[in-house]
Design a protein around this ligand. Structure first.
Ligand code: HEM
Length: 163
C-alpha cells in the first residue's frame, strides 16, 4: 500500500474529526455555556466567522483526499463514478457533500449572519428570531448529513457498497 494513500486517508479522517468535532463542540459546549451571557451574540458571530474559514479548509481537504482515495480504489475516470460499486458510493458521497457545502455557505454567509445582526441591533426582533430558528435547523441538517458521510466512509473503507 502506498504511503501517499495512507497519508491521504489520515488527512481525510483528521479533517472529518475537525469538521464534525467542531460542530459538536459548538452545539454541545459553546452554546449551552453562553446561554445566559449578555455578550453571547457577538461572541457567536466571531466564533462563527473563525469556524467558517477553518471549516471550509477542512471541507476542501475532505474533497481532495476523498477523490485521492477513490483513485487509489480504482475509480480513476469520471465515467467510473456510475459504472462501479465503489464509484457509485463515491458519487453518493460527492452529491451529499455538495449539499453540505451549499447549506454551510447559506448558514454562515446568509441566514445565520443576518439573524445575528438583526438580534444584535434589536434583541427580540421577530424576523431575527425567525431566521435564527431556521439557521439552527440548517446547522442541524449540516451535522446530520456530515454524519451520513462519515457512515458511508466507514462502509467504503470496509469494502461495503450499497448497490
Ligand atoms: C463531510 C465530509 C466527509 C466526511 C465527514 C467523511 C468521512 C470519512 C471517514 C471518517 C472515512 C474513513 C472511514 C474509515 O477508515 O473507517 C472516510 C472514507 C472515505 N471517504 Fe469520506 N468523508 C467526507 C467526504 C468525502 C468525499 C467528498 C469523498 C469523495 C470525493 C469521500 C470519499 C471517501 C472514500 C473513497 C473513503 C474510503 C477511504 C479508503 O480508501 O479507505 N469522502 N470518509
Amino acid at each position: 500500500m502506498s504511503w501517499l494513500y495512507v497519508l491521504s486517508v489520515f488527512l481525510h479522517v483528521l479533517a472529518a474529526t475537525f469538521w464534525i468535532g467542531g460542530m459538536l463542540f459548538l452545539a454541545g459546549v459553546v452554546m449551552p455555556a453562553l446561554r445566559r451571557d449578555p455578550g453571547r451574540l457577538s461572541i457567536l458571530e466571531r466564533l462563527g466567522r473563525y469556524f467558517e474559514y477553518v471549516g471550509m479548509g477542512a471541507l476542501a481537504i475532505l474533497l481532495l483526499t476523498g477523490l485521492m482515495s477513490l483513485t487509489f480504489r480504482g475509480v480513476v475516470l469520471p465515467g467510473q463514478l456510475w459504472t462501479s460499486p465503489v464509484g457509485r458510493m463515491g458519487l453518493l458521497k460527492l452529491g451529499i457533500f455538495s449539499v453540505v457545502v451549499l447549506l454551510s455557505f447559506w448558514h454562515n454567509r446568509g441566514i445565520g449572519r443576518q439573524a445575528l445582526q438583526l438580534l444584535r441591533e434589536a434583541p427580540g426582533n421577530r424576523e431575527g428570531e425567525r431566521l435564527q430558528k431556521w439557521s439552527r435547523w440548517i446547522g442541524r441538517l449540516v451535522l446530520l448529513l456530515s454524519l451520513v458521510l462519515l457512515y458511508l466512509g466507514i462502509l467504503l473503507a470496509r469494502g461495503i457498497t450499497l448497490w
